[in-house]
Structures are given as C-alpha cells and as structure tokens.
Design a protein around this ligand. Structure first.
Ligand code: PLP
Length: 229
C-alpha cells in the first residue's frame, strides 16, 4: 500500500504537470485534501507531510476532527450539502464553506459566525450542466445570489464551486468546468472580488486545472477508496 505522504506527493505532481500543460503557474492551484470518512490520524499524517487544508462533508464528523486537531492550526473547509438547522456548528468550526446554494443558508452562516473568528470564506455551489448532485443553485440564479451573499457582514464571498458527473472523456470533463469559469469571470466583471474557482477532484483535476481551477478537492487519490455509504 502506498503511504499517504507518497500519494500526496503524486497528487502535487499531477497538479504541477496540469498547470504547466495549461501554461499556468502551479502556485495558482491549491490543494484541498478531502478527509471525509477518514480518521483524524490520517489527517495528522497528511499534515506532517505538509498539507494544511482539509475538506469535510458531514457536520458532526468534520467538527469533531477540527476540534481534535485544533492544536495543528489546519484550515477546515466544509464541502458537503448543508441543511439550515446545521449551520451553527459549521459557522463556528470551519474556515470555509464551498456549498452555499441559497440565501437562507448564507444568512444563517453570517448571523452565527463568531465575531472573533473573522469572516467565513464562502463559495457558491452552482449546478452547471452535467452536475452530479441536485444541490447547487441554477446558473441563472447565481448572479443575484452572489451579490446578496457578498453583502452579508460576516461572510466573504470567494468564488464558485461545482461537482460535475464523473466522466472518462476529457472533453466531457472540461465542458462543465468551462461553464463555471465563464460564470466566475462574468461575476468578476460585475465587480465581485472573487479569487477561488473550486473545481476538480481525483479523477478530473487535470481537466479542471486546464479550465482555470484555483483549488482542487482531492480525496481518493490521497487517502484511498472510501467505503460505499
Ligand atoms: C468527496 C468529495 C470530493 C473528493 O472526491 P474524490 O473523488 O475522492 O477525490 C471533492 N468534492 C466534494 C464536494 C466531495 O464530496
């Protein structure tokens, strides 16, 4: 079995190669290690290998790991579907939320964010064509939602996120990423100071980087295959 640190290195090499192939600076693509379902000890191992940012999908599990590993000073990103009755622990324990898809969730996160922690960084999840989940706002609704979220006091709108349907075809992988990037550039053109395009996972990070991803969310390629839920 390959160690977590060896797999992390391999993922970093993939990111570097994809960025160079796209004529981009590899430093412009950050790696979020998705540790959902894996124990805190695996996060420790990845942290010891230099990884600082971790993604979690489930509120209880993510909050427990963030609390246990607080002394390590890691950054925690919530990337899963978020129900409105679960926003408080997320607003308190996480540094980022990538899955904001309606104003009610954003308003609650802003109201519940502890002042001492500073603004919560958020991305809007957009249901671009070929999206794998039913979550995410419709692309047509994204501009109004983005401007409303950007106006909330305790959030900082950083960008957009999507989760396309897995595909083995490179062109099919790139189409939804291109659509998200176009929306991102449109919102920047409307004056929103966005710096994060959260797209690309273990199987399609090259396609996402080719289309401008600034953050890729990688689980399986670092920690191994998860048990099917
Ligand atoms: C699980 C998950 C990932 C990581 O997926 P892998 O295929 O394991 O790399 C990325 N983003 C989100 C939103 C996820 O739920």
């Amino acid at each position: 079995m390959t160690s977590i640190s060896a797999k992390l290195q391999a993922v970093r090499r993939r990111i570097d190669a994809a960025a160079r192939a796209a004529g981009r600076d590899p430093a412009g693509v950050s790696l979020l290690a998705v540790s959902k379902t894996w124990p805190a000890d695996d996060v420790r191992t990845a942290a010891a290998a230099g990884q600082r940012a971790f993604g979690e999908n489930y509120v209880q599990e993510g909050c427990a790991k963030a609390a246990e590993l607080a002394p390590l000073g890691l950054a925690w990103h919530f990337i899963g579907p978020l129900q409105s009755n679960k926003t408080r622990p997320v607003a308190e324990a996480f540094d980022w939320v990538h899955s904001v898809d309606r104003l009610k969730i954003a308003e609650r996160l802003s109201a519940q964010r502890p002042a001492a922690k500073g603004p919560l960084a958020v991305c809007l999840q957009v249901n671009v064509s070929g999206e794998a989940t039913k979550s995410g706002c419709a692309p047509a609704d994204a501009p109004a939602l983005a401007h409303a979220v950007a106006a909330l006091p305790n959030l900082r709108l950083r960008g957009l996120m999507c989760i396309p349907e897995p595909s083995d075809d490179a062109a099919a992988q790139r189409a939804p990423f291109r659509e998200l990037r176009a929306l991102y550039e449109r919102l920047q053109g409307e004056g929103l100071a966005l710096d994060t395009l959260s797209m690309g996972m273990s199987h399609d990070l090259e396609a996402a980087i080719a289309e401008g991803a600034t953050l890729v969310r990688v689980g399986t390629a670092i920690f191994g295959e998860r048990e099917k839920a």
